[in-house]
Design a binder for this molecule. Structure first.
Ligand SMILES: *[C@@H]1O[C@H](CO)[C@@H](O)[C@H](O)[C@H]1NC(C)=O
Ligand SMILES: *[C@@H]1O[C@H](CO)[C@@H](O)[C@H](O)[C@H]1NC(C)=O
Ligand SMILES: *[C@@H]1O[C@H](CO)[C@@H](O)[C@H](O)[C@H]1NC(C)=O
Ligand SMILES: *[C@@H]1O[C@H](CO)[C@@H](O)[C@H](O)[C@H]1NC(C)=O
Ligand SMILES: *[C@@H]1O[C@H](CO)[C@@H](O)[C@H](O)[C@H]1NC(C)=O
Ligand SMILES: *[C@@H]1O[C@H](CO)[C@@H](O)[C@H](O)[C@H]1NC(C)=O
Ligand SMILES: *[C@@H]1O[C@H](CO)[C@@H](O)[C@H](O)[C@H]1NC(C)=O
Ligand SMILES: *[C@@H]1O[C@H](CO)[C@@H](O)[C@H](O)[C@H]1NC(C)=O
Ligand SMILES: *[C@@H]1O[C@H](CO)[C@@H](O)[C@H](O)[C@H]1NC(C)=O
Ligand SMILES: *[C@@H]1O[C@H](CO)[C@@H](O)[C@H](O)[C@H]1NC(C)=O
Length: 602
């Protein structure tokens, strides 16, 4: 009794009491929730919330991180990415006034900061490496610095202290930042790094002629049985060469079980072939990531292969409710052996211990499967699904659930948009700032009879699930799972050929995304994003409706354009409006997609 009353009081006051992480004994859970009809629901906890306003005073939050998670001794310059956002939520107090030394009588608005960064390598004798001015209340400020003379080290990052002062030096904000400057590799292995500014992955090896190359992966998790059969069966019509030739630029072998998951002979053949094909490997340790000796043994077989792009540790750790420190312990172990490749993992839950699990990742994947699924009643476990109960295969998804909100019936792909954007938003909600981590998408490309899903996705749905994710910031696409249906294979191969090409990748990984383009017409279901670089604009449009629409549709562009619309993928028929600031078309087909290139007005 007392406990209940107390809890009600606490909840009533808005205090978030967290129930213990572990489930009641004997209760099977997914995303922390009981899912068997024989067990009652309980609050799983683990939610991340947006920061709360403690007072109304303006604050400036100085955030700084290196643009790349690593530099090599051969890199001449590096850069820092800073933000100086003024809000009432986070940071140190900010007053919008200052005095300039040359005009000491006149109060001026505080609009710029003097940024000074010192190399902290030698105690009591700091070297100034940056002295410049940056704007107040800005994001993505890039400040270069010279790497010459800095000592590369695998063990210790270089440390820098950061001061940002008002012109009168009365208001001071400070921070610290570490930069990994690694020795050049002395073997044939690749180096791969994450760009915190545009979210891309770039890789350097003999395969790229030892220059940094941006890679936008468009591919699949791939059955190891299938991979082995292509290696051992000489009459197999499909091979890794045909897979690569279809346009897929990455392969993610799904390990069979066991602490030594892959047959060494076949793995070595596989990796050698990937090296020859420049087919990048995303190496999955789902069954072994918590076993450090197994990791050590596996890495020793991999690191000298130039096709190794990145690691993948936990597969849905939040779903399984793996120990909260597991992904981070694994991450530290991997990086102690191999600091040259990033680590990724996939989250399955909508919002369950995000901060703990993603501590162990440089790249976060989401696997939201909204096609032909019942998100309010579990067809497998025969229970309702809601925020505290049940497993419907797509955690806290609401596709076609009019009772939850009619908008999910109108827009059957809203769960994908929600999840992709939330995984970015949660990063900003964390108590402690981390370097922004790219989000990659795992489109649904499978069908298992008797599972939560009733059928295969169609080719049109598959394309929408991929391109919609690009529109909302995904920096890689790795669908589950190859081999897939013939029509899904055809459409993904065609998309991979275009999206992973240098012509499109240079926009997706080399420019800021301008999302949510303003659309008139199209029943509110046309989703558009644009990227501008070097006098050109990439525009990606996805129509999310299952029926054709008539009438004129107009998409406003962020800048004036000129000349022809070059269709890179999908339905053409769009033209530039007379005022040269919009794309227009009359009539759109169900699930229509268009990826275009335009010239920006000079
Ligand atoms: C500070 O004041 C100036 C002048 O009024 C204004 O333009 C600027 O937006 C203000 N900055 C902030 C962060 O409030
Ligand atoms: C401090 O460092 C600078 C250059 O890095 C060097 O020229 C100078 O001699 C050092 N001073 C002391 C006291 O060590
Ligand atoms: C800071 O910039 C943001 C985004 O540009 C803007 O919405 C906000 O009003 C600005 N804040 C202040 C205090 O000026
Ligand atoms: C190559 O690099 C590794 C680790 O970075 C180091 O342990 C090893 O001694 C180096 N080998 C040579 C021949 O330089
Ligand atoms: C090898 O592949 C061919 C063509 O797909 C197939 O007919 C045959 O059964 C396979 N052989 C084995 C041993 O799996
Ligand atoms: C590994 O695969 C090869 C080729 O299929 C096979 O000959 C060998 O027996 C396998 N090794 C083990 C340990 O299973
Ligand atoms: C961890 O992996 C090693 C192989 O590297 C294996 O011998 C050991 O049994 C594994 N430990 C567990 C707990 O699975
Ligand atoms: C990780 O967490 C588990 C419990 O969840 C605990 O037993 C273990 O000591 C922790 N390990 C480390 C290294 O913190
Ligand atoms: C989900 O299943 C419930 C119970 O069978 C049913 O009432 C509901 O209409 C189904 N929803 C969808 C979207 O299929
Ligand atoms: C979820 O469903 C269960 C079972 O119907 C119910 O007991 C619980 O109150 C529901 N939770 C929420 C948050 O609606």
């Amino acid at each position: 009794m007392i406990v209940t009353v107390l809890l009600q009081l606490l909840w009533g006051l808005g205090v978030r009491s967290e129930p213990p992480f572990n489930n009641p004994p004997g209760v099977d859970i997914w995303c922390g929730k009981a899912y068997r009809a024989s067990d009652p629901s309980f609050d799983p906890g683990g939610l991340i919330f947006p920061p709360e306003e403690r007072n109304k005073l303006p604050k400036l939050e100085l955030v700084i991180y290196p643009r790349y998670n690593l530099y090599l001794s051969s890199d001449k310059t590096g850069s820092f990415i800073l933000s100086t956002v003024v809000s009432t939520l986070r940071g140190q107090n900010f007053k919008n006034e200052t005095w300039y030394p040359e005009r000491p009588q006149t109060k001026a608005p505080f609009t710029e900061l003097r940024l000074i960064i010192y190399d902290d390598a030698i105690e009591h004798n700091r070297t100034k490496i940056v002295d410049t001015w940056i704007p107040v209340n800005a994001t993505d400020i890039e400040v270069p610095f010279s790497l010459s003379g800095m000592e590369p080290s695998q063990e210790r990052p270089s440390r820098f202290v950061v001061y940002a002062n008002s012109p009168d030096a009365i208001q001071t904000y400070y921070s610290a930042v570490s930069v990994n400057i690694l020795p050049e590799r002395n073997d044939t292995g690749s180096v791969s790094r994450v760009d915190a500014l545009y979210g891309g992955l770039s890789v350097k090896s003999s395969l790229t002629k030892n220059t940094w190359k941006d890679v936008f992966p468009y591919s699949f998790y791939t059955s190891w049985d299938w991979i082995s059969s292509t290696l051992t069966n000489t009459s197999s019509p499909k091979t890794l060469s045909t897979f690569r030739a279809q346009g897929y630029n990455l392969i993610h072998p799904v390990p069979p079980g066991g602490t030594d998951p892959f047959n060494h002979t076949l793995l070595s053949q596989f990796l050698t072939l990937c090296d020859e094909l420049e087919l990048y490997v995303m190496y999955d340790m789902r069954h072994t990531y918590q076993n450090t000796s197994s990791i050590t043994a596996q890495l020793s077989l991999l690191t000298h292969h130039p096709s190794l792009l990145l690691y993948y540790t936990a597969d849905e750790p939040d779903g399984w409710c793996d120990p909260l420190n597991a992904t981070q312990l694994s991450y530290k172990h991997i990086h102690s052996i191999d600091p040259y490749h990033p680590v990724s993992l996939v989250l399955n839950c909508a919002n369950f211990y995000f901060e703990a699990y993603t501590k162990g990742a440089d790249i976060i994947l989401e696997d939201t499967y909204p096609i032909a699924v019942n998100t309010s009643f579990s067809t497998v476990y025969h229970t309702p699904c809601n925020a505290t109960y049940g497993d419907c295969g797509c955690d806290n998804c609401h596709v076609n659930d009019a009772a939850y909100a009619p908008v999910y019936t109108h827009n059957a792909f809203l769960d994908i948009i929600d999840r992709t954007e939330n995984l970015y938003a949660y990063q900003g909600w964390q108590a402690s700032r981390s370097v922004p981590k790219p989000v990659w998408g795992v489109p649904q490309a499978f069908w298992d009879e008797g599972s939560f899903w009733d059928r295969w996705p169609s080719a049109a749905e598959e394309a929408v699930m991929g391109v919609l994710r690009l529109n909302h910031g995904a920096k890689g696409i790795v669908a589950w799972i190859y081999p897939t249906s013939a029509e899904v294979e055809r459409v993904t191969a065609s998309l991979a050929t275009v999206v992973a090409s240098g012509d499109v990748t240079r926009f997706l990984l080399g420019a800021k995304r301008i999302g949510g383009l303003r659309v008139v017409g199209g029943d509110g279901l046309l989703d558009g994003s644009a990227w501008e670089r070097g006098g050109e604009m990439l525009v990606s449009l996805v129509y999310l409706g299952y029926g054709d629409v008539d009438g004129r549709v107009e998409v406003s562009l962020p800048k004036g354009v000129q000349g022809e619309v070059e269709t890179l993928w999908g339905e053409g028929g769009w033209t530039v409006d007379d005022d040269e600031k919009a794309l227009v078309k009359v009539g759109i087909k169900a699930l229509e997609i268009g990826i275009f290139k335009l010239k920006v007005q000079t």
